[in-house]
Write a protein that binds this ligand. Structure first.
Ligand code: SME
Length: 151
């Protein structure tokens, strides 16, 4: 399904006041994982700025051991510090990387901002090498803007 046709579906999920914000977030993760062929795991980590750790709050895909990640560790932890998108075409090329599964070949992490503060991130793992384009970054940035309105 195209990014443009996914946007109204994501908006409908996120604006459903009958569900908790985290249930809506989980449903968005499942929408993206099921509709975009090369998105194999989709999750949201939220930052605790006191303890400088990221906490997994919603995801779709296989369960992961990495539910808490210190700032600076792995791709996710680096984005917590840099406040910038991180696209990894091939995880084999990364030294500071936390492997969740041997099947993961690539990863994209886009920070989630609320009122200008980096409060978390969307993290996507793919079993395909080098699948992510600037269109993925633009789409996921748009998704995060919608998400920031409900968290
Ligand atoms: N690979 C991530 C860890 C999280 S898992 O992908 C779910 C990282 O290096 O930060």
């Amino acid at each position: 399904m195209s990014f443009e046709s996914l946007k109204p579906k994501a908006s409908a999920i996120l604006s459903n006041l009958d569900r908790t914000p985290m249930a809506r977030l989980e449903a968005v993760c499942e929408l993206l994982r099921s509709e975009i062929t090369y998105y194999d795991w989709v999750g949201y980590y939220f930052a605790n700025h006191q303890t400088k750790t990221l906490h997994l709050k919603a995801y779709a895909g296989d369960p992961t051991d990495h539910t808490v990640i210190p700032f600076g560790k792995g791709i996710c932890g680096q984005v917590a510090v840099s406040n910038e998108n991180f696209v990894v075409p091939d995880v084999k090329g990364q030294d500071n990387y936390i492997a969740c599964s041997i099947n993961v070949k690539s990863e994209i992490v886009i920070p989630l901002f609320k009122d200008g503060e980096n409060i978390g991130q969307i993290d996507i793992d793919s079993h395909t090498v080098d699948p992510f384009t600037p269109e993925d970054e633009a789409f996921l940035t748009w998704i995060n803007t919608q998400v920031s309105a409900i968290v």
